[in-house]
Structures are given as structure tokens and as C-alpha cells.
Design a protein around this ligand. Structure first.
Ligand SMILES: *Cc1c(COP(=O)(O)O)cnc(C)c1O
Length: 367
């Protein structure tokens, strides 16, 4: 019995009939871009997250890039300004900053939660800081009440990269509803995944929402009249229709992920493997991935592979050490560098079977 890291075919199989019906509805409608499916999904996803506006875009990276671009257009930041961001994140968070000619200020995480350390955020704020970009890494909410208080006190923006945390919740508030704006990805492997690329921005700011609607569509509100320099990054009707089906089941899938994570937390007993830590309420974590730390990470990965258990590393190289960013190579970020050496993600998906979970637990215990 192989234990796949995540089988998208199996994950989407329970909804196959509904997905096909939704795809047929779009194909037969003859309307494929910026139509009723997207309008409906935007309303449904904004309602789900508890936000006023949702603007669908082509992918999660564009959601981040366009959010910053919209803030630049609205005069909230400009070239050379600093954005505080976790040192350990997926490269997209950093790309969004540098592609807008803003400067990423990398701040170390709390190694227990993997999320940006609020104390260090306070110390990193300077006269050029315009925003904190918080990432809810691996599905666990960052310290949002603390970060919101800091942002308010220092009069800077709080932006969420919520690409891994659809549905994560604290005190009844969901990921995406804490900040001034939030970017989501619906890449197929995310907790709310399309059957292709898709993304969205959430905000309660109508000025920002209006600017984003123009930016994603050639800077245009009225066809062929261009008020600003935009790009083409829209969420297709067919993907919006897929997402409307999947959104109905997201809470069930989160519950399955929590059951599997609880079984791992309870069952894996090995002093060589450090288990993930939930800082607060279990509702704050939606377990996009289950990440353990191990000093002999490569040996653990080989051991699991020898038992047909697939694992992944999120992520093998810290952003400041990537070849794409030679200017950042001089930074020393020991917490983040250690995490990138030691993290390993175990199989986790809504359709992982109890016997597969048991097999992963047994293999981890015997390592
Ligand atoms: C997936 C992801 C993104 C980018 O989303 P895409 O849709 O792949 O462009 C951004 N940030 C984080 C934290 C992600 O996990």
C-alpha cells in the first residue's frame, strides 16, 4: 500500500458528478470570462470568510502582486518602501514585494509555530515600513491579534498571505478577515483548490476593491477605456464554477484534515521527530500540510520512502538563499535556515484512509 503525499484525483473524486455538471453549465452558457459564475463565487467566498469584497484573479501570486500594486496606486506605499515579511515562506510572498520594487524586510519565525515572530516584527519596523505581510504558514493562523495591534499602533497596513489557510479561524474571525487585505490561492493542491490556476483578494475597503477590479482587467472598468495600467489576471468562469462546488465541502475537508493531524499528533512518538505545535485554539489550524522537524531529515525521508510513504519538503531553500535573490545572500537568519534544513511534510489530504495514517505513524515511530 503506497501512501501518496496527496492524490488530487482521489481528493476530487467525491465531487466528480457535480464538477462535471458545473463544467457543462459553463461550456453551454457560451460565456467564459468575467460572468455570473465569478460574481457568484466572489460573493460566496467573501461570505464564507466574513469579508465585504472578493476580487477573483488568475492565481495567488497575482493576488499578492496586485494588492501591493493597488496600494501603490492609492498612495499608501511607493518604490523603495519596506514590507515586513516572514523569512520562511513560499517564494511568491517575496516575489510580490520585489516585483513592485518594494523592499522585503525578512523577519524570523517562532520555530514552534513556523509563523512570523510578533516581537521581532515590532523591532523591524522603521520609518520606511508601510505594511506587515503575514503568512499563515502550513495552515496555521499567524499571531493576528498581536500583529493587528502592532499595525494599528504604528499606522501601517496588515496584509495576509492566506494561500494556505482557507477557513482557519480565531474567535469567530476567519483567515482573510483580519487584515486590510488578504490574498488567496486556489492552486489545485491548496485547501480550497480549483482544477487549474486561480486566486483572489479579500478586503473591506471599497476603494481598494475597485482598483483591484480594474487592475486585473487591463486597468479598465468600461470596456476599451483604461484608467490605469493594468494586467490580464482574471479568474475564469469554469474555475469559478469548480470552486463553487468545492467551497460547499471545505468545512468537511478541514474536519478530515484535523482528524488526521490529531491521529499523527497522538500516535507519532519518537524523540528524533519534533511534532507541529498549535499555538491556540484547534480552529486556528486547517492543516494545509503536517510539518515535522527532524535533525536527520534526509534519513527520515529515505526511511519513509522505503516504506512507500511519500513526503515533501516545504521548503528546501530559504528565500534569502535562493539564486533569484543574490542581494539577500548576506543575511543571516539562523532560525529560518535551520527550519529549511529540518522540516518534512507528511502525507495529509482529506481522503487519506485510516490504514494509511496508521502506516505513517508506525513508520515514524520505528525510525
Ligand atoms: C501557493 C502559495 C502562493 C501562490 O499561489 P499560486 O496560486 O501558486 O500563485 C502564495 N503564497 C503562499 C504562502 C502559497 O502557499
Amino acid at each position: 500500500m503506497t501512501v501518496p503525499f496527496l492524490s488530487l484525483r482521489e481528493a476530487n473524486a467525491p465531487y466528480m458528478d457535480e464538477l462535471k455538471a458545473a463544467a457543462s453549465r459553463v461550456i453551454e452558457s457560451g460565456w467564459y470570462i468575467l460572468g455570473e459564475e465569478l460574481n457568484s463565487f466572489e460573493r460566496e467566498f467573501a461570505d464564507y470568510c466574513g469579508s465585504l469584497f472578493c476580487i477573483g484573479v488568475g492565481n495567488g501570486l497575482d493576488a499578492l502582486i496586485l494588492t501591493l500594486r493597488a496600494y501603490i496606486a492609492l498612495g499608501r506605499m511607493s518604490e523603495g518602501d519596506e514590507i515586513i515579511v516572514p523569512a520562511n515562506t513560499f517564494i511568491a510572498t517575496i516575489l510580490a514585494i520585489t516585483q513592485n520594487r518594494l523592499k522585503p524586510v525578512l523577519v524570523e519565525p517562532d520555530p514552534r509555530t513556523f509563523n512570523i515572530d510578533a516581537e521581532r516584527v515590532s523591532r523591524a519596523i522603521g520609518p520606511k515600513t508601510r505594511a506587515i505581510m503575514a503568512v499563515h504558514l502550513y495552515g496555521q493562523l499567524a499571531a493576528m491579534p498581536e500583529l493587528a495591534a502592532i499595525a494599528r499602533a504604528r499606522d501601517i497596513l496588515l496584509i495576509e498571505d492566506a494561500a494556505q489557510a482557507h477557513g482557519a479561524m480565531l474567535g469567530g474571525v476567519k483567515a482573510g478577515a483580519f487584515g486590510d487585505a488578504a490574498a488567496f490561492s486556489f492552486f489545485p493542491t491548496k485547501n480550497l483548490g480549483a482544477l487549474g490556476d486561480a486566486g483572489a483578494v479579500l478586503t473591506n475597503d471599497d476603494g481598494l476593491a475597485e482598483r483591484l477590479r480594474a487592475l486585473r482587467n487591463y486597468g479598465s472598468k468600461v470596456k476599451y477605456y483604461h484608467e490605469c495600467e493594468g494586467i490580464n489576471s482574471r479568474l475564469d468562469e469554469i474555475q469559478a464554477a469548480m470552486l463553487r462546488v468545492k467551497l460547499k465541502y471545505i468545512d468537511d475537508e478541514i474536519a478530515s484534515r484535523r482528524r488526521i493531524a490529531a491521529a499523527y499528533l497522538d500516535g507519532i512518538k519518537n524523540p528524533k521527530i519534533r511534532l507541529p505545535f498549535i499555538a491556540g485554539d484547534p480552529a486556528t489550524h486547517v492543516w494545509h500540510v503536517f510539518v515535522v522537524q527532524c535533525e536527520q531529515r534526509e534519513a527520515l525521508q529515505r526511511h519513509l520512502a522505503s516504506r512507500d510513504i511519500q513526503t515533501l519538503i516545504h521548503y528546501p531553500v530559504a528565500p534569502h538563499l535562493q539564486k533569484a535573490y543574490p542581494d539577500l545572500h548576506d543575511l543571516t537568519l539562523p532560525v529560518s535556515e535551520r527550519l529549511h534544513r529540518e522540516v518534512l511534510s507528511l502525507p495529509l489530504g482529506p481522503t487519506l484512509q485510516p490504514e494509511q495514517v496508521a502506516k505513517v505513524i508506525a513508520a515514524c515511530c520505528e525510525f
